[in-house]
Design a protein around this ligand. Structure first.
Ligand code: PEP
Ligand code: MG
Length: 758
């Protein structure tokens, strides 16, 4: 049974389209379970019916026609209860309903399993038998396993426009099909897709038309030649230590590279207009699938040889790829995981929107996009980006939606939204030089989070009162090696000088989690609970000291530097860090630099630091809450995982209670407390934080005018009342309700619209 299961799953994943996948399933299941009938019904929400879409054993003429309303018949009941039903004498069940055209009256036994994807029943997988047969629990388990696989396939097919249920919608022009992700950065944009793939990852190579096929054939031949040469060298070097069988492997590799084999097929694809890398991916994937479906375990293993070979050729091709990438004027950058280096690849004036198929609202790619003010959709896991190069899309960064080939109406609607948004931004510009002061005269400084040199002018243009968080890791991420002390000094000087005399809070290197350096990769099963932030730098004082020296040198004569330590969990991490900072400071003073010792602060990002905030506050000059990480650790929700994005609520009452506790600790130690997570850039979040007593807030520059606007239209006492009501709620939805009511009562209706927050 297990063997059959594996075979069916492989056959389904290699299927061309959904219809063939369904046919394959009913065919193989019927055989494997030796039953008379296997059928699949899909649910059509428009009509609230389950329609028979594939069957072996039932009347073929009824496929696509026979249906059962939701809740009716045994099929409807499986759907309603989202539960397996296993009956020996189906006709005796009170729900039994006989659908005439299928001819199912002849069958006694019934086993139906729901096909569920993300809590939604997409369809039902059914087996039936003439005899009174009791299907066993192992048979139930097999169908459940299969239906779980099938659910992913159906959902994916629908997402890429190949879903059978969509045919029913095809006539309705008012429905623009879209792909769902989560909001990464607000705003809307219209543009053309440009896919950027990470190096030497064959599966991520996009399809792309090539301008000059012969040039691509030549590049491919050169890459092949290089791989052949390298294989020969390796095989010669290893010859003495290898058994005959292993040596044969190299010969197999060489034969695969032959013009009559894999190489010939790739060239054929190139001549049809596909670029070399895309052609290679297609051919290699076809071969891998063919090998993986083989019965013989030895031959199945050969799939990994093909994959290895494909990777080698790709690496060569990428090295010799001389085609300079031209980006469209309105580029929508798409990647599986958007990195800072990718963002740097597209000229800033051409980059209109970003789609990341992985990651979530609080991933660092999203934070970077927000700081650049670029509409972004994160976690669009079903977006089939490899086939989308050059297509036109509308990006709704507020809703986290991507519309492919939009209709005239939709396009028009979004063009208007873009104009409206520009005028809203213009309206807010007048606030640049006025303070963030409430109507009852309470002032709260608004600072910015920065990471790029360009952020300086952008932030000042928005009226920033300093930098509450400079993420120093970003300049590290766009390099090929650790930046030298001199390079770092220059970089930090730009920030400090740009904002002087306003304060600039520089965070020491915070890598790990979802922030990897290409030249210092940290591979862990649980990166957010692993080696990150201060844990890395304290283990590498040579890196830490260079950074601190560079910060201090850069501050000479400006004296507006503040140093902040990330991911502090134990107080001894603070003591140790301060010792290193003092060592660097003393050395530089000895070297003749005229320095002022900067204030040192700590980020409160883990629950342990909340509970110990008082002890922490007594050791430092200021504290700042990193609510992005604090939320993920309090709620146990990976900030980077789109599958649990719905559970990530920065305004969950438990998070609000922790945030309040930090303020109390800071006040008791008489030091200033700030918050520099994304919550500060959410207008409603900013009001709650002001109500709690935060002394300042730091946010991405694009959010600053909106936050200032809402503060100027509210009072401190209103925010305190709203906070008290919010703290009495038992869930995040309750908090949202409180916010909605309070903003409405204050006449801030515009803030209910999509323009709110991120
Ligand atoms: C945070 O965790 O809230 C924070 C500001 O740091 P980062 O988002 O860079 O982890
Ligand atoms: Mg953090």
């Amino acid at each position: 049974m297990l063997h059959s299961l594996r075979k069916i799953i492989q056959a389904v994943s290699a299927a061309e389209d959904l219809q063939s996948a369904l046919k394959l399933v009913v065919h193989h299941v019927r055989r494997a379970m030796r039953t008379d009938v296997c059928s699949i019904y899909l649910y059509f929400p428009q009509t609230d019916n389950y329609v028979l879409m594939a069957s072996e054993g039932l009347n073929q003429a009824s496929i696509g026609k026979a249906f059962l309303p939701s809740g009716k018949g045994l099929v409807g009941l499986v759907g309603l209860k989202a539960e397996t039903i296993n009956l020996t004498r189906a006709a005796e069940h009170p729900n039994f309903y006989y659908v005439q055209e299928t001819g199912e009256e002849a069958f006694n036994s019934f086993l139906g399993v729901p096909i569920v994807h993300h809590r939604k029943v997409l369809g039902i997988l059914v087996v039936q038998q003439r005899d009174e047969r009791q299907f066993g629990t192992d048979e139930e388990a097999m169908l459940i396993t299969l239906s779980a696989q099938l659910a992913g396939f159906i959902a994916h097919a629908e997402a890429i426009g190949g879903g059978l249920r969509q045919d029913a919608l095809a006539d309705d022009e008012s429905l623009d099909l879209h792909y769902e992700g989560v909001s990464g950065s607000g705003g809307v944009a219209i543009g053309h897709i440009a896919v950027i793939a990470p190096p030497a990852d064959l599966d991520k190579v996009p399809d792309r038309r090539c301008r000059n096929p012969e040039e691509q054939v030549e590049a491919f031949q050169t890459a092949l030649e290089a791989v052949r040469r390298k294989i020969k060298i390796v095989s010669r070097t290893l010859a003495r230590n290898l058994k005959n069988q292993e040596q044969e492997l190299f010969e197999v590799y060489m034969r695969m590279l032959d013009d009559n084999a894999l190489a010939g097929e790739v060239i054929q694809h190139i001549r049809q207009g596909q670029w070399a890398q895309g052609s290679l991916r297609r051919v290699v994937q076809q071969h891998i699938q063919a090998f993986e479906a083989m019965e013989d375990p030895y031959l199945r293993e050969r799939a990994s040889d093909i994959r290895d070979l494909g990777r080698r050729i790709l690496a060569e091709l990428q090295q010799t790829n001389t085609e300079v990438r031209e980006f469209e004027d309105s580029t929508v950058l798409v990647a599986e995981e958007v990195t800072a280096a990718m963002l740097a690849e597209v000229p800033a004036h051409k980059l209109k929107a970003i789609i990341s198929t992985l990651g979530s609202n609080n991933s660092h790619a999203a934070i970077l996009a927000r700081s650049m003010g670029i509409p972004t959709v994160m976690g669009a896991v079903d977006f089939p980006y490899r086939r989308m190069e050059g297509l036109e899309v509308v990006i709704d960064g507020y809703m986290g939606r991507i519309f492919l080939n939009p209709s005239q109406d939709l396009r028009h609607q979004y063009e208007q939204a873009i104009v409206e948004e520009a005028s809203f931004t213009k309206e807010l510009e007048i606030l640049r030089d006025v303070p963030a002061q409430t109507r009852d005269s309470h002032t709260i400084p608004l600072l910015v989070n920065t990471s790029l040199p360009l952020d300086v002018s952008r932030s000042l243009a928005q009226g920033a009162e300093g930098v509450g968080l400079y993420r120093t890791e970003v300049p590290f991420m766009i390099k090929e090696r650790f930046p030298s002390e001199e390079e770092q000094t220059d970089c930090y000087r730009t920030q400090l000088q740009g904002f002087a005399p306003l304060p600039v809070t520089m965070r020491t290197l915070d890598i790990g989690g979802d922030k990897n350096l290409p030249y210092f990769t940290i591979k862990e099963d649980n990166p957010f609970l692993g080696w990150r932030g201060i844990r890395v730098t304290l283990d590498h004082p040579e890196i830490f000291l260079v950074q601190i020296r560079a910060m201090l040198k850069a501050s000479e004569g400006l004296d507006n530097l503040r140093i902040m330590l990330p991911m502090i969990t134990h107080v001894n991490e603070i003591d140790e860090s301060i010792r290193w900072i003092d060592q660097a400071y003393a050395e530089l003073c000895e070297e003749g630099y005229q320095l002022v010792r900067p204030p040192i602060g700590v980020m409160i990002e883990v629950p342990a630091a909340v509970y110990q905030a008082r002890h922490i506050a007594e050791r430092v000059d200021f504290i700042s809450v990193g609510s992005n990480d604090l939320t993920q650790y309090i709620l146990a929700v990976d900030r980077d995982n789109p599958a649990v994005a719905d559970l990530y609520h920065t305004m969950h009452p438990a998070v609000l209670m922790a945030l309040q506790q930090v303020v109390t600790a800071a006040k008791a130690a008489a030091i200033p407390v700030s918050l520099c997570g994304e919550l500060a850039g959410d207008p409603a979040g900013a009001l709650l934080l002001m109500g709690m007593g935060y002394d300042s807030l730091s946010m991405n520059a694009a959010s600053l005018p909106k936050v200032k606007s809402v503060i100027r239209n509210f009072t401190l006492s209103q925010s305190q009342v709203m906070l008290q009501q919010a703290l009495q709620q038992v869930c995040a939805d309750g908090v949202q309700g409180v916010i909605r009511d309070n903003l409405k009562a204050a006449g801030l209706t515009r803030l209910h619209s999509r323009y709110v927050g991120n």
